[in-house]
Design a protein around this ligand. Sequence first.
Ligand code: ADP
Length: 566
Amino acid sequence: MDRRSALDKLARRIPLGCAIFVGVVAALVLAGWATDFHELLRFTPNGVAMIPATAVCFLLAATSLALSNRAAESDITRWVQKLLALVVAAIAIIEFLEYQYEPSFGIDLILFRDSVLAAPWRPAGRIAVNTSAALLLMSLGLLFLTHDIKKRDLRSQLFAAGGLVVAILALLGYVFGVRELYSFNVGSGMALPAVICFLVLGIGILFAHRERGFSSLLVDHGAAGVMTRRLLPAAMVLPVLLALLRVAGQRAGMYESEFGITLFAGVSIVTFLAVVLWAARVLREMDNDRSALILREQDARSAAERARIEAETARTEAERANTIKTDFLAVMSHELRTPLTAIMGYEELLSDGITGPVTDQQRQQLGRINASAHHLLGLIDEILTFARVDVGREKIRLDKVSMNTAIAEAAALVEPMATAKSLRFVVVNLFEDQSITTDRTKFKQMLVNLLSNAIKFTDQGEVRLTAAIRGDLAELCVSDTGIGIDADHLEAVFEPFWQVEQGATRRAGGTGLGLSVTRKLARLLGGDVTVKTAVQKGSTFTLTLPLVSPIQSGLKRHTPGPIPIK
Ligand code: ADP
């Protein structure tokens, strides 16, 4: 835990701790009276003892202070807390009036009458004048405790401080043996345990409002807090020590009164000088700390700013590199396509015998040229589509498509491949045809991609295409009994230019773009492609598409015109 939170935690606990201390002392005093053992709490043989009425007042005040901790939580607690403070105030006022005008309200002897009458203090059982005054001030301090921290109300602290002054005077009276300071009236006075209880109670009340006034300085996290915490003990203890020294010297006959006063002044000057210099040093240290902190913060800020600019530059660079790559792919595919179309055109002219008669062997060779050219064209188209989809320039044309028709058309394109490999090729159409609003070409392209993969990677058994409708989604499953895909590679197969098993792929050919393009197209149309597979058992690729593409139902997609090709 850092020092700040430790300080806050301590400050939070002070009011309750003080309340418990005062409550325990008051209870002990009452127990002392009940057992005729009140001597215990007099501390000095001929000192004044706390009388039962004072102890009861302390008990009530301590409970009020303890409740103030929880007063924010319920109205009842708040009312009880105030009521207890009022009772203490009332007792203090009654006792005061009794001194002044000598009526008797009879509260002095309610508790432990005989023991109180037997005790030497007079009037018997009456709270001393200064004790009643301090009790009244403390009870007002408790009464004005408010839990609305926004209020800058300092009344509670001022009353508590007043009570503390009365108690401190009494304490000094005890320390210096000046009876008038703790006993305003002949026959009784403020007992030493009462002095201690007042000091503790006062501190508790001050800290109940630690967010404002005097106590806020003590718990302050900044320079003010450090100064107050360090100087306060010195400011309180040093004058007392100096005065004690002076009085002791004078009593021992070491010097006259004038000499004593002069000595007191001299030592005070030296002491306060030391305290002032010490305070100045503390302030300078803190100033230095703060400057170092500000420098560090500035460093951190400029480092963060540098990192942000670097990240921004890296992102722009990456985007630029991606665009260059895609543009390169698009341009290159286009440049390849042009001569290829020419090759295919000439092959057609040759096959048609326009340039002269063709032998059987030549026709067979021309057939191979044609097949290879078509294959190459397919690959180039795939790269082109990938490039367009990758930069979001793929154009979508929505149409009402009959699912069974599109499925049949896609199946017809790949069926010869399956037949050539002696694979069973099964198509399970929709029982009742359904129209789907999507891009017809892309829909077929995705099916062809999945089906041709299934055929490519299956040597025996079957390839099956099943169509179904699930809610507002069309589901197309392409399953095969082929080589399957290792679990480690399941997501990688959707990465561009990624091929699982080099041997089989080489054998089967391909760019490693088919699945990547298929998934991108599916997502573009509001659907997706997923796969389930087991090695050497087969795979099932599932294409889901919404029956109505979200583009039509208002969802905007970034689909500016086709990629510009020179
Ligand atoms: P290509 O088929 O052009 O190599 P794809 O992106 O279509 O590229 O497929 C990527 C890889 O995923 C293929 O190389 C293959 O290893 C694996 N794959 C795709 N479909 C299947 C399938 N039905 N059965 C087994 N492996 C497959």
